[in-house]
Design a protein around this ligand. Structure first.
Ligand SMILES: *Cc1c(COP(=O)(O)O)cnc(C)c1O
Length: 465
């Protein structure tokens, strides 16, 4: 039990509903139900206002890579706040946390990705990327080269730029998005969209849509391609092995800028420092956020190659945020990277805990409601289905069954998310084997309960193919 001295849950819920608008939520439904109030956290566990200890298999929002409760980060923030709580880097000034963090990131990032522009979040960093690639081509005399190709069901953030790059139709509908000169090709989700092709054929076919789009839009118009090495918010979609090599070939052939959105995949999530290393690709720009500070401070950024930095460096770059390279955020990010490095967290993930999790995760595919179980490093997904022999969808609208399972997870003190009818995890990288066993046990129990619930509600029915 971990109940702190605070107002009763119901009263806190009422006050929350009275004045707080929640992101990605239906406010009225949430108000009726009452938000879960998280009061504290330690390691891989969060505690709610009723004193429940909940295994956070999402690491917050994919970000708390080193786990909760690390004193060193609190100390780094306190030290920096006392010394220099804020200063900007706009007007010929800089500060030590920005210098130290940039040097560290340049050292960690592959190849000549060694210049960093900071933002307060992943969304802002992707807005920055739009400006960087357009300024890059304009500086070289190709100002008409400004189309960015992305993918349906990609997630690149929630600002107008980020949401435009993203391929979430519900977000596009909301406000006349995407902005002009963003084009979306199909995603490499074999389970849902592979049809009669085998995964390898399908991966190639989906990658070749990039080449088709470049030809159709005009080579002289296409500036960049952006993608997550492994799609996260889209449902942890692991592309077939044939996909990324073909994408890389096409980017090389047409000399377009490859932007790897590493906001989730970066900082150990896939078992390497960056997802690009796991997928064996050579991006020109990497978007970073989330695990950069393990979520302890809001900070994001764009790491670009020396070549890009040199080109955009020739003119004034008319872009920046008040909180670009915020000293407290930068100091905390640096302390976080030092912990990841000095404690060998990524090696342990790659060689020990992720292989263990992968073996356990694969057993979920034996559950009668689970089709494929996919996992890379510490990000995994399972597809829910009423008939695994033909990859059937449920007849009920996508997300109905996923939501039921997610509710069962919550009831069993496991935080797992659903994306449509896929269930996903992205636990803190410090999760140990005993905690992995608990995760799998609770997931299995929640699937069992979810399945009974689905059958009781007469939702166990396949959509026509
Ligand atoms: C979360 C996310 C973003 C947006 O980051 P915010 O910090 O929420 O703005 C961008 N890209 C990817 C791949 C993400 O997962």
């Amino acid at each position: 039990m971990n109940i702190r001295n605070h107002f009763p849950t119901e009263e806190l819920q009422k006050r929350d509903a009275a004045h707080h608008l929640h992101p990605f939520s239906a406010q009225d439904d949430l108000a009726k139900k009452g938000s879960k109030i998280i009061t504290s956290a330690q390691g891989v566990y969060v505690f709610d206002s009723n004193g429940e200890q909940i295994l956070d298999a999402m690491a917050g929002l994919w970000c708390v890579n080193i786990g909760y409760g690390r004193e060193e980060l609190a100390q780094a923030a306190e030290r920096q706040m006392r010394e220099l709580p804020y200063y900007n880097t706009f007007f010929q000034t800089t500060h030590i946390p920005a210098i130290d963090l940039s040097e560290k990131l340049a050292q960690l990032a592959p190849r000549d990705l060694n210049h960093v522009f900071y933002a307060g979040s992943g969304s802002e960093a992707n807005d920055t990327n739009i400006r960087i690639v357009r300024q890059y081509w304009a500086s070289l005399g190709y100002s008409e080269k400004n189309i960015i190709i992305s993918r349906k069901n990609a997630y690149h953030g929630s600002t107008l730029g980020g949401a435009s790059l993203g391929g979430m139709s519900a977000m596009h509908k909301q406000g006349g998005l995407p902005i002009p000169d963003v084009h979306h090709i199909n995603q490499p989700d074999w389970w849902a969209e592979g049809g009669e092709l085998n995964p390898e054929e399908f991966g190639l076919a989906r990658a070749r849509e990039l080449e088709e789009a470049i030809i159709e839009l005009g080579e002289n118009r296409v500036a960049a391609f952006i993608a997550e090495p492994v799609q996260g918010a889209g449902g942890v979609i692991v592309p077939p092995d044939t996909y990324w090599p073909e994408i890389q070939r096409i980017c090389d052939k047409y000399e377009i800028i490859l932007i790897a959105d590493e906001v989730i995949c970066g900082f150990g999530r896939t078992g390497n420092w960056f997802g690009s290393q796991t997928m064996n690709i050579r991006p020109d720009i990497m978007t970073i956020a989330k695990g950069l500070s393990s979520g302890y401070q809001p900070i994001g950024g764009s790491i670009v190659t020396k070549k890009i930095a040199d080109v955009i460096g020739k003119d004034e770059f008319n872009h920046g945020y008040t909180y670009s390279s915020h000293p407290v955020a930068a100091a905390v990010a640096l302390a976080n990277l030092n912990i990841i490095e000095s404690e060998g967290i990524i090696d342990r993930v790659r060689n020990d805990t992720a292989p263990y999790l992968a073996t356990k995760w694969a057993t979920l595919a034996d559950h009668p409601m689970v089709g494929e179980a996919k996992i890379v490093g510490m990000m995994g997904s399972i597809a829910l289905t009423p008939n695994k022999t033909n990859r059937a969808r449920f007849l009920a609208p996508s997300g109905t069954v996923g939501y039921i399972c997610r509710e069962r997870c919550f009831a069993n003190n496991l935080i797992m998310r659903h994306v449509g009818d896929r269930m996903i995890i992205s636990p803190p990288l410090i999760i140990d084997k005993e905690q992995i066993d608990i995760l799998i046990e609770r997931a299995w129990k929640s699937l069992d309960e979810g399945m009974s619930n689905v059958k009781e509600k007469k939702l166990w029915e396949s959509a026509p193919i």
